[in-house]
Design a protein around this ligand. Structure first.
Ligand code: ADP
Length: 572
C-alpha cells in the first residue's frame, strides 16, 4: 500500500529564485531528491522557498522558508554577545564556552576597569584581546591588542560599534597551524524547539605557523585569523582535492587524526553538542519575539527552518569555544582560481561539495512536507519502511558518507531535469538510494539535560503576552503596567509610580544604546533586565537563576489563575 502511495506522490516544489550563492548546492540536492525546482519562482505557491540571504518576503503565505525572521539581527556580534551574557549572568559555569566580551563604545570604561582589576589580582596575566566590528564578516576590520588603551576609539568605533573579546592564546594546532571549525546546525523549529547537527563540517586553516601573540606578530593575520576569505590571499594557501590535506579540510578528517593521537573524540562531540544547544537556547527568546511580529499567530504565513554556521575554536585542551554564529553560512561549492595573472575561473571544490550538498539535501529531507503529511495520515501503516529514513549513525570520525557513495547511489536515478518531468513521480522513492541522514537530532533528544536553562524563554513568553498589538517587538508603558498588575507584583513596597520609574529608566538606557530606533518602547532585553531587577528585589540572597525561576513561577501562577477566571480573552 505504501509503495502504491509513493508511486502517485506529487513532487515537492521548491522556489529557488532567491537562492543566490547557495544555488549550485541546492540544485544538486534537488536533483538527488528528484524534487521540482522553480528557478524563476512560480505563480502558484511552492512547498519550500529557498532564500540565500534573509527571511524577508511579504508575499509568502504558506509553505516553508529556510530563514527565520530576525535571525540575521540576532547573530550579529553585539546581539549574540548580549544574549550569551544574559545566560552567563544566570548560569556562569554552563556558559563558559564563550570568551569574555565587552561591547564598544558603551562598555569601554567597564572593559578598562575589569582588565585592571584582573591584572591587579594576577600580575602574571598577560592577556591579548581581539576587536571585532559589529556586523563585520570575513575578518573585516578585526585587530588584536595587548592593552585596552590600544583600542582605536576615534572615528570608526563611534560610527561602527564593536565587540572586544579575550583572545584565545592557546588554540589546538594541527601541522603547527591554527584552525577553526565550521559546523552546520539546522534549527528545524522554534516552537517546539528542534535542533540537528551535521556530522561533518569544515576546518579552515591559517597559512602561517602559529605563535602565541606578541607585540611583534599581532598584525600577522595569516597566523591569527582563520578566515578562508583572508587566507586564500596568502601565497601559502593550499587548494586540495583531498578532504584531509590543504587549507580547508573536513572536520571528520581532523577528528580521525585526533583519535589516532588518543584524544577523547566522544567527549569532544558531546561538548560541541552542548555548546550548540546552549547557544540556541540563548537565541530563542528574541527569535520568538521577531517571529510573532513577522508571522502573527492566527494569520496565514509560512513556517521557518534555518541552517546556521557555527564557528568553533578548539583550545589546546580540546575545549570547544564559540567564536560566532552565521545566519548565512556560505554554501558555495566552488572557489575562484587565478589561471594567469588577472584571469579568474570558478573551479569545483570537492571538500565543500561533499559537506554542503549533504547538509542542504538532508535539511530538505527533514522538512519534507510530504513526509509530514504521510506521517500524520498513515502513522499506523508506516512503522517498518520509514524507519530507514530516521535511523542515525552515531557521530563518529570516519563514517561520514563520502561523495562517491552519494553519486554511486544516484547513478541509478534517471536524469531529473526540472521542467520536462511530469508532476507525478512514477518511479521508486529516491529516499531508498540516499545515504543515511548526515544531520543528527540533538534537541529534543537531550531536552531533559538542558530544559532548566530555558528561563529567558519563559520570560519572553510573558513579554509576548503583554505586547498587545500584533506586529510589534516593543512593550509600551501600559503593557508593562498591565504585566505588573496581572502578575500581582506591585505592593506597598513597590508602588505603581516606582513601576513607571523602573520602566522609564531601563527603556531609556536600552534605547540610547542605539540598537533599534524603528519602534519606541521596551525591547525584550530591557524587559529581561527589569525582570531580573524585580526578581532580585523579591527574592533577596538567592542565586540569580533561582530568583528568576521563582518569579517566573509566581507570574505564571497568577496569569493562569486570571485565565481561569476569563475563559475567552485575547492573546493570553
Ligand atoms: P568574522 O565574522 O569577521 O569572521 P570572527 O568572530 O569569526 O569574525 O573572527 C574571525 C577570526 O578571528 C576567527 O575565525 C578566528 O580565527 C579568530 N578569532 C575570533 N575570535 C577569537 C578569539 N576570541 N580568540 C582567538 N581567535 C579568535
Amino acid at each position: 500500500e505504501e509503495g502504491g502511495c509513493a508511486a502517485r506522490r506529487p513532487r515537492v516544489t521548491v522556489d529557488s529564485s532567491k537562492a543566490k550563492t547557495s544555488l549550485e548546492a541546492l540544485k544538486i540536492s534537488l536533483r538527488q531528491l528528484r524534487w521540482r525546482e522553480f528557478p524563476f519562482g512560480r505563480r502558484l505557491p511552492c512547498d519550500i522557498y529557498w532564500h540565500g540571504v534573509s527571511f524577508h518576503d511579504n508575499d509568502i503565505f504558506s509553505g516553508q522558508v529556510n530563514k527565520f525572521p530576525g535571525m540575521t539581527e540576532m547573530v550579529r556580534k553585539i546581539t549574540l554577545s548580549r544574549a550569551v551574557r544574559t545566560m552567563q549572568d544566570l548560569f556562569p559555569l554552563e556558559y563558559n564556552f564563550y570568551p569574555r566580551s565587552w561591547i564598544l563604545p558603551e562598555e569601554f570604561p567597564l572593559f578598562v576597569a575589569e582588565v585592571r582589576v584582573m591584572k591587579d589580582s594576577d600580575p602574571s596575566w598577560k592577556p591579548t584581546f581581539i576587536v571585532k566590528p559589529d556586523g563585520g564578516c570575513q575578518g573585516d576590520g578585526i585587530y588584536l591588542i595587548k592593552d585596552p588603551s590600544d583600542i582605536r576609539l576615534t572615528g570608526s568605533i563611534q560610527s561602527r560599534p564593536a565587540v572586544v573579546q579575550e583572545y584565545i592564546c592557546k588554540p589546538l594546532l594541527v601541522d603547527k597551524l591554527k584552525f577553526d571549525i565550521r559546523l552546520y546546525v539546522l534549527l528545524k523549529s522554534l516552537e517546539p524547539l528542534e535542533i540537528y547537527i551535521a556530522k561533518d563540517g569544515l576546518s579552515r586553516f591559517c597559512t602561517e605557523p602559529y605563535q602565541e601573540p606578541t607585540l611583534k606578530n599581532l598584525h600577522q593575520v595569516f597566523m591569527h585569523l582563520t578566515n578562508y576569505s583572508l587566507n586564500i590571499h596568502s601565497g601559502n594557501f593550499i587548494h586540495s582535492d583531498s578532504v584531509n590535506t590543504g587549507s580547508k579540510r573536513t572536520f571528520s578528517s581532523i577528528l580521525c587524526r585526533l583519535s589516532s593521537r588518543g584524544a577523547d573524540v566522544k567527549k569532544l562531540w558531546s561538548d560541541i553538542i552542548s555548546l550548540v544547544i546552549k547557544t540556541i537556547i540563548a537565541l530563542t527568546p528574541e527569535l520568538k519575539v521577531y517571529y510573532q511580529s513577522d508571522i502573527p499567530a492566527g494569520k496565514p504565513g509560512p513556517t521557518c527552518f534555518q541552517i546556521l554556521g557555527f564557528d568553533i575554536l578548539l583550545m589546546k585542551n580540546l575545549k570547544p569555544m564559540l567564536l560566532e554564529v552565521n545566519a548565512n553560512p556560505s554554501m558555495r561549492i566552488e572557489h575562484e582560481q587565478e589561471l594567469s595573472p588577472g584571469v579568474f575561473e570558478n573551479v569545483p571544490s570537492p571538500v565543500d561539495e561533499e559537506v554542503k550538498v549533504a547538509v542542504i539535501r538532508d535539511t530538505l529531507r527533514l522538512v519534507d512536507p510530504q513526509k509530514k503529511k504521510r506521517k500524520n495520515t498513515q502513522q499506523h501503516i508506516e512503522s517498518g519502511k520509514n524507519k530507514v529514513n530516521v535511523r542515525y549513525d552515531s557521530f563518529t570520525c570516519c563514517r561520514y558518507p563520502t561523495l562517491e557513495r552519494v553519486s554511486e547511489a544516484n547513478e541509478e536515478l534517471p536524469d531529473a531535469g526540472p521542467a520536462d518531468r511530469p508532476d507525478h513521480d512514477t518511479t521508486r522513492s529516491p529516499e531508498a538510494s540516499l545515504p543515511s541522514l548526515c544531520l543528527k537530532q540533538v534537541f529534543p533528544k537531550y531536552a531533559k539535560q538542558f530544559n532548566y536553562l530555558r528561563l529567558v524563554d519563559r520570560v519572553a513568553a510573558l513579554f509576548i503576552r503583554f505586547l498587545g498589538v500584533k506586529g510589534t517587538t516593543k512593550l509600551g508603558p501600559t503593557g508593562f503596567r498591565t504585566f505588573i498588575r496581572n502578575c500581582k507584583l506591585s505592593n506597598s513596597n513597590f508602588s505603581m509610580a516606582s513601576v513607571d520609574i523602573l520602566y522609564i529608566d531601563i527603556t531609556r538606557r536600552w534605547n540610547s544604546m542605539g540598537i533599534d530606533h524603528k519602534e519606541s518602547g521596551m525591547c525584550l532585553q530591557a524587559f529581561v533586565e527589569a525582570f531580573f531587577c524585580l526578581a532580585q528585589k523579591k527574592y533577596k540572597s538567592l542565586p540569580l537563576h533561582e530568583q528568576v525561576a521563582m518569579l517566573i513561577d509566581f507570574c505564571e501562577y497568577h496569569l493562569a489563575a486570571l485565565d481561569e477566571k476569563r475563559p475567552v480573552c485575547g492573546r493570553g
